[in-house]
Design a protein around this ligand. Structure first.
Ligand SMILES: [Zn+2]
Length: 263
């Protein structure tokens, strides 16, 4: 039986988002997720929340167990994931405080376990990395949300050099972050719908002539926008269409996958 249908993977501030949350401790074949999964009711739907960096922000971006996190959510029955994240802006089309639903990503991470495929030939379609239905619900829920743009995901935990940022911007990057991959690809492998909701907290190092981004300004802007984000997430959950028949899942119809999905 499904414990939750929808999940939010985000910062610890989102705990307050769930009414009457109950906690589920989940073990996976890939190790422990970042924290127990909190499940509560939002807009009449059962929604799971997982703090990506752990309950006390103990996991830096490159050491998050992304496989365990996505697997744990799927094992609770989740089929649609909304992933709020903090991002830097790479160009003049975005500014601090903007909310962006990206439609593309470039994975520049290097050390992460990024797939459940460990043998055999399963090749996952990923030309469109984000779910069109969940993206649509996010955009419908708030007129100020920008739709579209490419999110570059770097390994971290350090920020980019000015030269790297300029290079990413010149290659067409709009946003830069450290957690968007392999999260999106793992969701696709597990046949879940997934969309990112990016809050621009700063302009990245190469995008202006300032001193470059600092951790304090990122955290401060995220805290300031938490209420706005939770309001938008609640409205989005209410708008989410049925995941049945979405291409995020149907790509695997008729394919014998070389890894197990949670039952
Ligand atoms: Zn989908």
């Amino acid at each position: 039986m499904s414990v939750a249908e929808v999940a939010v993977i985000g910062g610890t501030g989102f705990y307050a988002f769930l009414a009457d949350a109950e906690e589920h401790t989940v073990s996976t074949p890939y190790g422990e997720p970042s924290a127990p999964v909190a499940v509560g009711t939002v807009a009449g739907r059962r929604v799971a929340f997982l703090p990506r960096h752990g309950r006390h922000h103990e996991f830096p971006p490159h050491l998050i167990n992304y496989r365990a996190n996505l697997w744990a959510l799927r094992s609770l029955g989740v089929r649609q994931v909304i992933a709020p994240c903090a991002v830097g802006g790479l160009g003049a089309s975005v500014a601090p405080g903007d909310l962006v639903v990206p439609d593309q990503l470039v994975d520049r991470t290097t050390s992460r376990a990024g797939s459940y495929v460990e043998h055999g030939a399963t090749h996952v379609p990923f030309a469109e990395p984000y779910c069109p239905r969940v993206c649509g619900a996010l955009v419908a829920a708030a007129p100020e949300v920008h739709y579209g743009g490419t999110m570059v995901v770097i390994e971290g935990p350090r920020f980019s050099t000015r030269a790297e940022s300029r290079w990413y911007a010149a290659q067409g990057g709009t946003l830069i972050n450290m957690t968007g991959a392999p999260e999106a690809a793992l969701a696709r492998e597990l046949r879940m719908c997934y969309a990112a909701l990016a809050l621009v907290t700063d302009m990245d190092a190469g995008a202006d002539d300032g001193q470059g981004v600092g951790q304090a300004e990122v955290f401060a802007l995220f805290r300031k926008n938490l209420e706005r984000l939770t309001g938008l997430l609640t409205a989005t959950v209410a708008e989410l269409p049925d995941p049945d028949g979405c291409t995020c899942s149907t790509w695997a119809d008729g394919i014998e996958l070389t890894y197990e999905l949670p039952s």
